[in-house]
Design a protein around this ligand. Structure first.
Ligand SMILES: [Zn+2]
Length: 289
């Protein structure tokens, strides 16, 4: 799960700048690579002692890193806000255990702590297989506090749903559920949160369903946005409760989770999805949620 950084996009209001910038980021998820075989950092898998790291604790929340204590305290407060957002969607029982957030001072250290190389400099954070969220240094230079809460909400969704070690689950479910959660409280319109999808729709190249796993490698920014928009469509059409039930069933690898939960297959929703995209993204003046 990643939250990666694209160049910040200028927005109409300052309060939205952070969220909009994050829409340009890619969340890189360690779980998306073969978890059993890929070594993505020296002591990444162990969550072991971190020489020189300072620690801020707040109940069961641990924020540690090689940056200043003030920055760690800031991240702790932002993490609290993100946890609340995750619970709004997934219930108050999630994330009740120990939550570890790591804040490396530079990119080399980010990689050493298990930060993903996927997405290159665009990466904003990684959730590791041993359930640590490692923030890329770029999240402090490229996004606002509000944007960092979005990044943290995305990663903490993976943590809450134990998605960091999932295999055999479509990436759109994993990333779409995290993006859906990260943006569910946003007041920004869909066109601002998914600008690449909006551009495609207006150019007559609207997606007809969720992105394929391979799209997350071939064209990651668009794939993340398509996963998010598809998930928002499902929640809009069937209600958030059923969307949540579907993700939980899919993550548990329940057979035919989609058809069982929604009563139809994705292909049967094609016309309704096209209409949804047209209504919300079909013209330059449309910016509905
Ligand atoms: Zn992710």
């Amino acid at each position: 799960m990643r939250a990666a950084l694209r160049p910040p996009v200028s927005r109409r209001t300052a309060c939205c700048a952070g969220m909009a910038a994050v829409a340009a980021l890619l969340g890189a998820c360690s779980s998306l690579r073969a978890p059993a075989t890929s070594g993505s950092g020296s002591d990444a898998g162990s969550g072991s002692a971190w020489a020189g790291a300072r620690v801020v604790r707040d109940g069961r929340l641990v924020v540690r890193g090689t940056v200043g204590t003030d920055r760690l305290r800031t991240v702790a407060a932002e993490t609290r806000a993100a946890i609340a957002r995750v619970r709004e969607v997934w219930g108050t029982s999630v994330l009740s255990g120990r939550v570890v957030i790591e804040v490396p001072r530079d990119r080399a250290e980010f990689r050493a702590r298990g930060g993903s190389a996927e997405g290159g400099a665009q990466i904003a954070a990684t959730t590791t297989p041993d359930d640590r969220v490692v923030l890329a240094p770029a999240v402090f230079s490229a996004v606002t506090a509000q944007g960092r809460v979005v990044v943290l909400t995305h990663e903490l969704t993976h943590l809450a749903l134990h998605q960091a070690t999932l295999t055999g689950v479509a990436r759109w479910i994993i990333e779409g559920s995290a993006e859906y959660t990260a943006y569910h409280a946003s007041r920004l319109g869909l066109a601002q949160l998914a600008p690449e999808v909006a551009t495609a729709v207006r150019a007559g190249r609207a997606p007809t369903g969720p992105p394929a796993d391979s799209d997350f490698t071939a064209r990651p920014a668009a794939a993340y946005q398509e996963a998010f928009v598809w998930c928002r469509f499902l929640a809009h059409r069937f209600g958030q409760a059923r969307f949540v039930a579907f993700v939980r069933a899919a993550d548990a690898r329940a057979p035919a989770a989609f058809a069982t939960t929604f009563g139809v297959g994705p292909g049967a929703l094609r016309a309704a999805y096209t209409q949804f995209l047209r209504t919300r993204l079909g013209s330059a003046g449309t910016d509905g949620r």
